[in-house]
Design a protein around this ligand. Structure first.
Ligand code: DMJ
Length: 636
C-alpha cells in the first residue's frame, strides 16, 4: 500500500490533468469563431504574415536544430548519435557505451554504486552501476572539445580515437554477444597494442633489456635483450609474423650468453629460459632449443651451495654464483619457481641434472619447519637451508609463485607427484584459515598478510595470480570450493582496478575492515604506481576459459582501454605510471617492463579469444612469466 502522501499526490495530478484538457478544447472553439468574423483582406494579410514567418524559420533552421540538440545534450546527457541506448533491454545496458557526462567527476567511479550492486545483486549483468561510472569517466577524460585528437600529460597521451572506436565496438556486442567479428575486433586491438609497444622497443631499445618510452631510450638489467626474448612466443601466438621474423633474426645473429654479467637466477629462468623453451615448442625451431640449453647450463652454478638451495645471482660468463651483497639468503618464491623450466630442459635434453637440482629444492622446502598451515616464510638461507625472517606470511611478493608452482609442477608431471599436491592443498587451507577476510562496506573477499600473529589487510597486486591458479586446480579435479573462492577473489582484483580513478590497479591495496568505513580500498601514497603487471588479466583469462562468463572478457576489455588511456606513449611503447589515482597526471615512470609484452598482452589476447584450443589448458601449463610449456604425456 502507498503511504498517504503519495495517494494524495496521485489524485491531485489526475484532476489537474482533466481540467487542462477541457480548457484546451474551449480555446480551440473560440479561436475558430474569431477567425470566421474577420474580413477576407484581414485573413489574407494574416496568412501572408504567417507564410513570411515560415520562410524565415526555414532559412534559420540549422542553427535552431543545433541549439535544440545542444539543449538536449546538456539536459539529458546524450548526444543524439546513440538514441537507441535508452530503448535497449536492461540486460544489455551494462556493456553499452554510456552517454557522455557533462561533468568531469572522477570520483564518481566506485563505491556508492558498488555497494548497491554487492548488496542487492539484482542487476541482470551485475555490472551496470560500476561500468556506467567508468564509461562516464572515459567520456569525461575525452576532454571538452570534440574532435581534438590528443590529450597529453607529461609526455604520454590519451589518443581519443581509440576511445570512440571502443565505444562502437562495445555497441556491436549488444546486437550479437557471441559474434566472431566482435571477438576479432578485440583480438585486433591487442595486436595493435602489441605493435605499438614493439614500435617503441624497435626504434629506441632494440636488442636491449627494456624500453624507456618517454625518454626514447633503453634500460639495461642483464644486457640480454630481455624484452625481445620475453615477447617471442607472444608474437607467435598473436600471429605477428614479420615482427617474429626480425626478432628471430636477432636471436640467431646477436644473442650471446657468453658475457661477463651477473643475472638473477629466477628472473632469467622464467623470462629467458622459459621464453626460449616455449618458443621452441610453438615453432619447432631448434635455434630456440639450442639457446635454451646454453642459458640453462650457464645458470647451473647457482646450485653449488652448501645447502643445495641456489644463490640468487649467477655470472653466466664466469660460471660463478653468489647471494646478494647484504645477505646469504635467497627468496623463497625465487628458489621454488624455476622448476617448470629446468624440469622441461631435462626432458628435452635427456640430461637429468637440471631436474634433479630443482627437485632437491622442492624436497627440502617440503620438509622444512617454520611453515604455518602450509604457508611459507619469505626467505631461505643458502648455507643451512633453513627459513629465515620467520613469522611473516603473504601470498604477495617473495612467496607468491611458490604456491603457483606447487600446483603447476603437479599438472606438468601428469598429476602423480603427491607431495606437491599435498603442499598445495594444505597451503590453500592455510590461506583460508589465516589470510582470508572480507572488506567493509562491500564485503569483498581479500587475501591479507600475517606478521607475527597480527593480521594486516594489505594485498599486493601480485596476489591476483591466485584466482587463476585456484581455477586451474579446480579444472584438474581439486575441490569445487577452490573455484568459488577464485570467483570471489577475481571480483576483488577487478575492483582494485574499477575503484581507482584511472581504472588501473595500484601495486598494493589496503582493505578496510572497520565498521563505518565508506570505501573498501585504500591506497597509500607510496603504493599508487602501476607497472603494467599481468596478474589480474592472467586470472581473467583462466576464469573465462573455465566459466565462459563474458563478464570476465568485459572486465579485461575495460582494463585494456585504461592501459591505452593512461600508459600509452604516442611515439611508441607503454609506460609504468606513478599514480593510478590521478587521471589528470598519472605521472609516467618511463619504463616498459618486459612482462608487459611477455605476459600482459599475451593474456589479453588469450582472454579475448573464444578458441579453447589456442594454447589449450589441457595441453600446456604456463610458467609464471606466461610462457606455455607442454604438460608431459602420461607415459613419461
Ligand atoms: C613477472 O615477472 C612474473 O609474473 C612473476 O611471477 C611476478 N612478477 C612479474 C609480473 O608482475
Amino acid at each position: 500500500m502507498l503511504p498517504p502522501s503519495r495517494r494524495d499526490f496521485v489524485s491531485l495530478t489526475l484532476s489537474e490533468s482533466g481540467s487542462y484538457t477541457d480548457s484546451k478544447q474551449w480555446h480551440r472553439q473560440s479561436c475558430w469563431r474569431k477567425w470566421k468574423q474577420l474580413s477576407r483582406l484581414q485573413r489574407s494579410l494574416i496568412l501572408f504574415t504567417l507564410m513570411l514567418l515560415l520562410v524565415c524559420g526555414i532559412a534559420t533552421s540549422p542553427t535552431l536544430i543545433g541549439h535544440w540538440r545542444d539543449g538536449v545534450v546538456g539536459e539529458h546527457g546524450f548526444d543524439g548519435k546513440q538514441p537507441f541506448v535508452v530503448n535497449l533491454k536492461n540486460e544489455y545496458k551494462s556493456i553499452l557505451p554510456e552517454p557522455p557526462s557533462e561533468k568531469k567527476d572522477y570520483r564518481r567511479r566506485g563505491l556508492p554504486v558498488l555497494q548497491n550492486r554487492l548488496q542487492t545483486k539484482t542487476n541482470v549483468s551485475g555490472l551496470l552501476g560500476v561500468e556506467n561510472q567508468r564509461l562516464d569517466l572515459n567520456n569525461a577524460n575525452k576532454g571538452s572539445e570534440e574532435g581534438k585528437p590528443i590529450i597529453s600529460w607529461r609526455g604520454a597521451v590519451i589518443e581519443e580515437e581509440q576511445a570512440s572506436d571502443t565505444d562502437t565496438k562495445d555497441t556491436e556486442i549488444q546486437d550479437d554477444p557471441a559474434s566472431l567479428a566482435h571477438a576479432e575486433s578485440r583480438l585486433e586491438a591487442v595486436r595493435e597494442a602489441f605493435r605499438h609497444a614493439w614500435k617503441g622497443y624497435k626504434n629506441f631499445a632494440w636488442g636491449h633489456d627494456e624500453l624507456k618510452p618517454i625518454s626514447k631510450s633503453h634500460g639495461e638489467w642483464f644486457g640480454l635483450g630481455l624484452t625481445l626474448i620475453d615477447a617471442l612466443d607472444t608474437m607467435w601466438i598473436l600471429g605477428l609474423k614479420e615482427e617474429f621474423a626480425e626478432a628471430r633474426e636477432w636471436v640467431a645473429r646477436a644473442l650471446s650468453f657468453d658475457k661477463n654479467v651477473d643475472v638473477n637466477l629466477f628472473e632469467s629462468t622464467i623470462r629467458i629460459l622459459g621464453g626460449l623453451l616455449s618458443t621452441y615448442h610453438l615453432t619447432g625451431d631448434s635455434l630456440f632449443l639450442e639457446k635454451a640449453k646454453d642459458i640453462g647450463s650457464r645458470l647451473m652454478p647457482a646450485f653449488n651451495t652448501a645447502s643445495k638451495i641456489p644463490y640468487s645471482d649467477v655470472n653466466i660468463g664466469k660460471g660463478t654464483a653468489h647471494p646478494p651483497q647484504w645477505t646469504s639468503d635467497s627468496t623463497v618464491a625465487e628458489v621454488t619457481s624455476i622448476q617448470l623450466e629446468f624440469r622441461e630442459l631435462s626432458r628435452l635434453t635427456g640430461d637429468p641434472k637440471y631436474k634433479l637440482a630443482v627437485m632437491e629444492v622442492m624436497k627440502q622446502v617440503h620438509k622444512l619447519d617454520g611453515k604455518q598451515d602450509g604457508l611459507v616464510p619469505m626467505f631461505i638461507n643458502t648455507n643451512n637451508g633453513l627459513f629465515t625472517h620467520q613469522g611473516i606470511y603473504t601470498l604477495g611478493a617473495r612467496a607468491d609463485s611458490y604456491y603457483e608452482y606447487l600446483l603447476k609442477q603437479w599438472i606438468q608431471g601428469g598429476k602423480t607427484e603427491n607431495e606437491l599436491l599435498d603442499d598445495y592443498l594444505l597451503a590453500v587451507e592455510g590461506v583460508k584459515k589465516n589470510l582470508l577476510k572480507k572488506s567493509t562496506p562491500s564485503g569483498l573477499t581479500f587475501v591479507g598478510e600475517l606478521s607475527h600473529g597480527y593480521f594486516s589487510p594489505k594485498m599486493d597486486h601480485l596476489v591476483c595470480f591466485l584466482p587463476g591458479t585456484l581455477a586451474l586446480g579446480a579444472h584438474f579435479g581439486l575441490p569445487a570450493d577452490h573455484m568459488e573462492l577464485a570467483k570471489q577473489l577475481m571480483e576483488t582484483c577487478y575492483q582494485m582496478y574499477a575503484q581507482m580513478e584511472t581504472g588501473l590497479s595500484p601495486e598494493i591495496a589496503h582493505f578496510n575492515m572497520h565498521e563505518g568505513s565508506t570505501q573498501d580500498v585504500e591506497v597509500k601514497i607510496a603504493d599508487r604506481h602501476n607497472l603494467l603487471r599481468p596478474e589480474t588479466v592472467e586470472s581473467l583469462f583462466y576464469m573465462y576459459r573455465f566459466t565462459k562468463d563474458k563478464k570476465y572478457q568485459q572486465w579485461g576489455w575495460e582494463i585494456l582501454q585504461n592501459f591505452n588511456k593512461y600508459t600509452r606513449v604516442p611515439t611508441g611503447g607503454y609506460t609504468s605510471i606513478n599514480n593510478v589515482r590521478d587521471p589528470a597526471n598519472p605521472n609516467p615512470r618511463d619504463k616498459m617492463e618486459s612482462f608487459f609484452l611477455g605476459e600482459t598482452l599475451k593474456y589479453f589476447y588469450l582472454l579475448f579469444s573464444n578458441d579453447p584450443n589456442l594454447i589449450s589448458l589441457d595441453k600446456y601449463i604456463f610458467n609464471t612469466e606466461a610462457h606455455p610449456l607442454p604438460i608431459w604425456p602420461q607415459s613419461e
